[in-house]
Design a protein around this ligand. Structure first.
Ligand code: HEC
Length: 191
């Protein structure tokens, strides 16, 4: 009982000395690095960097996680061909990816290009969309390398009559659409 009494007195004493009389000043600090950060604050002056700022821009060429820069300009025949030569399809094609490609094609492309890719989708045949969708089974499009089709989905056609689908379709799904086109519209495979 006696020991407990002394112990509680000590605890109370610690509490009392911990507080400061002035509410403007902090009390005693036991672990000051927990109160005052050792790291520089984001907007504080920083003697380490030449420009004196803590908040530094990322190094040139930095790519944010999950973001792949797209280096091909829209509405340029040369750029469309360059994309066709350089872009590599990362998809490991299997039944699942082809089924996904078909589903995505049906959602995003068939309305203009038709289920069979002939360019006879309902938006066009109904007369609501007047630009003639390309026949994806034609020799011309059959000879498009995979990257070129990916580029058309990403940036639209050279003339701009078909618009970009980049905001609606994730890159990985664009490639699955490409695979679906290559495998189902008797298009010449290029890999
Ligand atoms: C709103 C209608 C529309 C939709 C949706 C659409 N397209 Fe097109 N597409 C067109 C038209 C129109 C053209 C012809 C453009 C031209 O002649 O410049 C075209 C052309 C193309 C071409 C040939 C490009 C070229 O340079 O000749 C490809 C390949 C193509 N589309 C693929 C697709 C794929 C894949 C999708 C789905 C992700 C899609 N399109 C969705 C209307 C559409």
């Amino acid at each position: 009982m006696h020991k407990k009494y002394i112990l509680s007195l000590i605890v109370m004493a610690i509490f009392l000395v911990s507080c400061s009389h002035s509410s403007k000043k902090p009390g005693r600090q036991y672990f000051s690095d927990m109160t005052t950060s050792l790291a520089y604050e984001t907007y504080s002056v920083n003697p380490v960097f030449k420009d004196g700022k803590t908040n530094q821009l990322p190094l040139a060429g930095t790519i944010s996680r999950g973001h792949m820069p797209y280096d091909y300009a829209a509405k340029s025949a040369d750029e469309q061909i360059r994309a066709g030569k350089e872009l590599v399809n990362p998809t490991m094609v299997n039944e699942t990816t082809l089924a996904k490609g078909k589903a995505q094609f049906t959602i995003y492309c068939a309305i203009c290009h038709g289920e069979g890719g002939k360019g006879d989708g309902t938006l066009y045949t109904s007369g609501k969309f007047t630009a003639i969708p390309a026949d994806l089974t034609s020799d011309r499009v059959r000879n498009f390398p995979e990257g070129q089709i990916f580029h058309v989905i990403t940036c639209g056609s050279v003339s701009g009559l078909m618009g970009s689908h980049a905001s609606q379709i994730k890159p990985e799904n664009r490639w699955m659409i490409v695979d679906y086109i290559k495998n189902n519209f008797s298009v010449k495979p290029n890999k």
